[in-house]
Design a protein around this ligand. Structure first.
Ligand code: PMP
Length: 297
């Protein structure tokens, strides 16, 4: 199908559709049951940042769901690159989705013979333009992360209601972003971000055993910390620990690195981005601009 009015095209199961006509069936179990997996990926200046790492994570999530993706990882990588080429995008946000596919109204995945693959390439804006300079406000929401033996966010599945509920709470309170606690009360992550705090010059972040996603941005931050010789400890964080932290920040593909200046009306540190956060953000910017960190389109 030809794109209308220079519309972006969306890949669905090997074909390209104009954005306004890119649709899947109402019988897809991705819609009916949230049965599917996804990735959010960024392209910087014609290079897809950590594309291989995102594809690996997509296949890991699918493996846990016993969802057999009908493309090899190499084919998936080529499909992403081809979609970006068709759309002539240089700086974009890529949403890669694999759904269980068409089934009947029962939830049994065995009724869905063919998973569907969707590749959307577009742009995203998650926060106000001054968020990186001034930091954002956050709050703990009432909704706990699912325990690790439930639909844990370690799987990047289409079940994001847990995060959506937390976001609704932040919206209702006029706060930029929500922080999610796990079932024991330790900090897990944001709604779509990992969280780090700085205390006495050292970094601390929660383990994925809180049910948090193993973030690719968080992994980059771990490497930056090693390079800058800043000690990083993965440990359970209590709400008290973030309230009394010197600095705190979120990491995520969509949000990148964003300082947290407030949690439930408590000022964090000096109430604006601290020296370690700022230093790490500068390094982060260098890494995302480094073409060796991704896949050229
Ligand atoms: N946690 C959750 C629940 C997420 O959805 C995301 C976004 N993928 C993250 C953390 C951050 O992960 P990444 O840095 O890989 O984008």
């Amino acid at each position: 199908m030809k794109p209308l009015n220079n519309e972006l095209v969306v890949y669905i199961d090997g074909k390209y559709y104009p954005k306004s006509e890119a649709k899947i069936s109402v019988f897809d179990h991705g819609l009916l049951y949230g049965d599917g997996v996804f990735e959010g990926i960024r392209e910087y200046n014609g290079v897809v940042f950590k594309l291989k790492e995102h594809i690996d994570r997509l296949y890991r999530s699918a493996h846990v769901l016993t969802l057999k993706i009908p493309l090899t990882k190499d084919e998936m990588l080529s499909a992403v690159v081809e979609t970006l080429r068709k759309n002539k995008l240089k700086d974009s946000y890529i949403r890669l989705v694999v759904t269980r596919g068409l089934g009947d109204l029962g939830l049994d995945p065995r009724k869905c013979p063919k998973p569907s693959i969707i590749i959307i390439t577009d742009t995203i804006s998650l926060h106000a333009t001054d968020a990186k300079d001034n930091g954002i406000t956050t709050m703990f929401s009432w909704v706990r992360r699912n325990p690790v033996d439930a639909t844990s966010h370690e799987i990047k599945s289409l079940n994001y209601l847990n995060s959506v509920l937390a976001k609704i709470e932040a919206n209702a309170n006029g706060v930029d972003e929500a922080l999610c606690l796990e079932s024991n009360g330790y900090i897990a992550e944001g709604v779509g971000e990992n969280v780090f705090i700085v205390k006495k010059g050292e970094l601390l972040t929660p383990p994925t055993s809180t049910g948090a996603l193993a973030g690719i941005t968080a992994e980059v931050v771990t490497q930056i910390a090693a390079k800058l010789k800043i000690k990083l400890t993965v440990t359970n964080l209590t709400p008290f620990m973030i309230f009394t932290a010197d600095e705190a920040f979120f990491t995520g593909t969509a949000m990148e690195m964003v300082p947290i200046r407030e949690v439930n009306k408590r000022q964090i540190g000096i109430g604006k981005p601290g020296p370690i956060t700022k230093k790490m953000m500068t390094e982060f910017q260098k890494i995302i601009e480094d073409p060796s960190q991704g896949t050229k389109v």
